[in-house]
Design a protein around this ligand. Structure first.
Ligand SMILES: Nc1ncnc2c1ncn2[C@@H]1O[C@H](COP(=O)(O)OP(=O)(O)OP(=O)(O)O)[C@@H](O)[C@H]1O
Ligand SMILES: [Mg+2]
Length: 377
C-alpha cells in the first residue's frame, strides 16, 4: 500500500475525538482507486486504537429496511459473541479481564424505552443492535464500535413516502445513539453517489460525516506502488520503463496493479530480473486487452441494449464532463428517454452526477474504452 498517509492520519484523528465528536467517515472515489484497501487499513487503525469493528460489503439485496436491519443485527451479534468468547478464554487462562470503560450509563432496556417515542420499528431495531455491539465493546474495555460499509452506494432511499428508506433509517439510528454519547461510529465507503444518496436521505448527514474523496496516487506514491514489490523481490525496473508506466497509469491504483502484474509475469516467465522499456513494448497490447476485458467489458455488458446504445452515443461527446445537452444532441432517443436511461446508469453505478446536467463515469478512462469500443480509437 503506497501513499494515503494523510487519509490514515485524518482517520485516526477522527477516532480520537469520539464520542464527543462522532466518529463518522465518508470515503468516496472512482472505481479501482483504492477505497477497499484503504478501508481495510482504516480498520487496522481502528483496531489498533482499541475499537471493535465490523467491515462488510453491502450488496443490492441489503437495500431494504428489513434486510439492512438484519445485516446490522447479525454483525452486532458476531461482535457480542466474539467478545464473550474472548472473555471466557481469558477467564480460563486466569488472565485479567480488561476493565469495562463504563462510558455507557444507560442499559438496553432503558434505551429501548427512551427510543420508543422517537424511533419506530426497524429504526429502533437497528439502533438497539448497534447499541448492543457498543455496550459489549465498552464492557470489554474497547473505545467503541465501528460499523464499516463498503460499496455503500447500493443503499438508496426510495423517493416516495411509503417507499423503503434504509439509508435514512441507518443514519438516523446512528445519529440518535451518538446524541446520547454512545460510542458507535459509521464509516461509509463507495462511489461518489454515496454522498448525494446520504444528503437526500438526511440533510444533516452533511455535518455528521468527515468526508474524504480519494483519487489518483501522487507521482511518488504511484512509483512506489509499482516498483517496491519488484525491488522487494530483488528485481529492478529501469528509469525509462518506470517513467513510461507512470505516464500510462496516471496514478490510478488499479492500473498500477495491472501493469505491475503483467510486467511481473513477463519477467518471471522469461527469467529476467532487470526490466527495460522493451519488455513493456512487447506486452502493451496484452495489457490493453486485459484492461478492456477485466475492468471495463463486464460493466458494459451487464447493461441493457438501450443503456449500451446511450453510452455509445455518449462516446462521441466531449468529456469530461459528460453534459446532458451533448448526449441529447448525439443520441437519436427522445429527451425523456435519455433522462430515464441516464437515471438507470446512475443507479447502476456507471455514472454519477457532478452537478446539474454534468456527469462523470465512475470508472477512470471509461470514456476512452467506449471510444475504442465504438471503433473510434
Ligand atoms: N495505495 C495503494 N498502493 C498500492 N496499490 C493500491 C493502492 N490502492 C489500491 N491499490 C491496488 O489497486 C487495486 C484496486 O484497489 P481497490 O480494490 O481497493 O479499489 P476500489 O476503489 O475499492 O475499487 P472498486 O470501486 O472497484 O471497488 C487493488 O489491486 C489494490 O491492491
Ligand atoms: Mg472496492
Amino acid at each position: 500500500m503506497a501513499g494515503r498517509e494523510r487519509e490514515k492520519r485524518t482517520f485516526a484523528r477522527v477516532l480520537a475525538g469520539a464520542p464527543e465528536l462522532p466518529a463518522n467517515v465518508l470515503l468516496v472515489g472512482l472505481r479501482g482507486v483504492g477505497k477497499t484497501v484503504l478501508l481495510r487499513e482504516f480498520e487496522q487503525v481502528a483496531t489498533g486504537e482499541g475499537w471493535q469493528t465490523s467491515r462488510v460489503q453491502v450488496e443490492p439485496r441489503h437495500n431494504t429496511e428489513s434486510a439492512l436491519t438484519r445485516l446490522v443485527g447479525e454483525l452486532s451479534t458476531q461482535v457480542v459473541e466474539r467478545l464473550s468468547i474472548a472473555a471466557r478464554l481469558r477467564r480460563l487462562a486466569k488472565d485479567a479481564i480488561a476493565e469495562a470503560r463504563g462510558s455507557i450509563s444507560v442499559t438496553f432496556d432503558e434505551l429501548a424505552l427512551q427510543l420508543t417515542p422517537v424511533m419506530r420499528g426497524a429504526e429502533q431495531d437497528i439502533a438497539l443492535a448497534l447499541f448492543s455491539a457498543a455496550k459489549a465493546a465498552d464492557d470489554h474495555g474497547s473505545r467503541g464500535y465501528l460499523l464499516m460499509l463498503d460499496e455503500a452506494q447500493v443503499l438508496r432511499d426510495e423517493r416516495t413516502r411509503e417507499g423503503e428508506h434504509p439509508l435514512s433509517m441507518l443514519v438516523a439510528a446512528v445519529n440518535g445513539l451518538q446524541g446520547q454519547n454512545i460510542p458507535v461510529g459509521l464509516v461509509v465507503c463507495g462511489l461518489p453517489t454515496v454522498r448525494s444518496n446520504l444528503l437526500r436521505a438526511r440533510t444533516y448527514s452533511e455535518r455528521m460525516f468527515r468526508g474524504e474523496e480519494i483519487g489518483r496516487l501522487d507521482p511518488s506514491a504511484g512509483r512506489d506502488a509499482l516498483t517496491v514489490p519488484f525491488t522487494d523481490a530483488g528485481m529492478r525496473l529501469t528509469d525509462d520503463l518506470v517513467e513510461r508506466v507512470a505516464a500510462d497509469v496516471d496514478g490510478y491504483p488499479f492500473f498500477v496493479q495491472l501493469w505491475g502484474a503483467e510486467l511481473w509475469e513477463a519477467a518471471t516467465t522469461a527469467g529476467i530480473s532487470e526490466l527495460h522499456l522493451d519488455v513493456l513494448l512487447e506486452i502493451e497490447a496484452e495489457i490493453q486487452r486485459r484492461l478492456d476485458v477485466d475492468f471495463y467489458a463486464g460493466r458494459f455488458e451487464s447493461l441493457t441494449r438501450a443503456e449500451q446504445d446511450l453510452l455509445m452515443a455518449a462516446s462521441a461527446c466531449p468529456y469530461p464532463p459528460l453534459r446532458s445537452v451533448d448526449i441529447r444532441a448525439s443520441s437519436d432517443k427522445s429527451g425523456a428517454n435519455v433522462n430515464v436511461l441516464m437515471g438507470r446508469l446512475i443507479e447502476q453505478g456507471v455514472l454519477f452526477r457532478r452537478k446539474n446536467g454534468e456527469y462523470e463515469y465512475t470508472a477512470p478512462r471509461f470514456h476512452e474504452f467506449l471510444g475504442r469500443r465504438a471503433g473510434r480509437a
